[in-house]
Design a protein around this ligand. Structure first.
Ligand code: ZN
Length: 313
């Protein structure tokens, strides 16, 4: 069986794994990301690959990296979290490890992993919506990963949902991720805890009264414990997500949506409101089969496995 190495470049750590054709990870190597030093980040990718390459006979390397990737899948145009700008990553790694290297956007790689081996396995068309600090996505239609003419496709977190809405890190106003991401959940939870403390007693208990320390895990915990304000936050978040997913369904008509990322760990707390809103908003909903909305299965390894499998091709 052919083996490849998949690399997942994150803002805090770089993980690489030897993966077989069935999407099984045979070995893993990890190192912290020297995120402020572009050259050292490249070297860390090389180091984690070399660590594994010494022990396994691998045929190629796939890298899932954050940011914008050129259409040739060889250079990073911009990845602010890792200080990369016009970085010819694939070429540098290929020269250093003497293997073919394939580069892909990390959200696309994760979507591909879920499509081949995870929650969307066996489906023809699937969209992964990654709800973390922001919103990322990957669109696979009839077996093809959508990259776009210039390599910029599926930046779904920056769909404009609210004209003149909240200012996003991308410089525009009203992007979807300003309302439906983990950061949005925490922002709204802090507002609710400040304005309606009686309804947020469990959240306040978990953050020991320090509202600026309230995080997504605490909001999820409080909602699971029945905190009314925290539950309302998930209903709000679910509504925003359901609306955006209905828009994506109107455009792409996939069989399944896969929800992944840290916020998806809230499970039914999130899925219920998302499905409700989605079913109310989907265009032509009385005439058509409804796509399913499911939780991701591969967790943090989706990107690594997806990148490895893309390199196989
Ligand atoms: Zn934006």
């Amino acid at each position: 069986m052919t083996l490849t190495i998949g690399v997942d470049v994150g803002g805090t750590k770089i993980a690489a794994g030897v993966v077989n054709e069935d999407g099984e990870i045979l070995a893993i190597s990890r190192k912290p990301t020297p995120a402020r030093d572009a050259a050292k980040s490249v070297q860390t990718v090389i180091d984690v690959v070399n660590t594994l390459k010494d022990s396994y006979d691998v045929s190629a390397v796939g890298i899932g990296a954050p940011g914008f990737i050129d259409n040739a899948r060889s250079s990073i145009i911009l990845a602010p979290n890792v200080s990369w700008q016009n970085e010819p990553l694939a070429m540098k790694v290929a020269q250093a490890v003497s293997l073919p290297v394939f580069l892909e956007n990390d959200a696309n790689a994760a979507a591909w992993g879920e499509y081949r081996f995870g929650a969307a396995k066996g489906r023809s068309s699937a969209i992964t919506v990654t709800v973390g600090t922001g919103i990322g996505g990957g669109v696979i239609i009839e077996g093809n990963l959508l990259r776009g003419s210039y390599g910029f496709a599926a930046e779904i977190g920056h769909m404009n949902m609210v004209p003149e809405g909240l200012l996003c890190g991308c410089g525009e106003n009203g992007c979807w991720e300003m309302y439906a991401s983990g950061n949005a959940l925490v922002r709204v939870a802090r507002e609710r805890a400040t304005k309606s403390p009686k309804l947020a007693s469990r959240m306040l208990e978990l953050c020991e009264g320090k509202i600026d320390q309230l995080n997504g895990y605490m909001v999820t915990q409080a909602a699971n414990d029945g905190d009314p304000a925290a539950r309302t936050c998930f209903q709000d978040l679910g509504r925003w997500l359901g609306q955006g997913i209905a828009d994506l369904a109107a455009i792409f008509d996939p069989e399944v949506f896969v929800l992944s990322g840290g916020v998806s760990e809230a499970g039914d707390l999130l899925l219920g409101p998302v499905r409700n809103e989605f079913e109310m908003r989907l265009t032509a909903r009385t005439l058509r089969p409804l796509p399913s909305i499911v939780l991701a299965k591969l967790g943090n390894y989706a990107g690594l496995i997806g990148a490895a499998n893309l390199a196989l091709q």
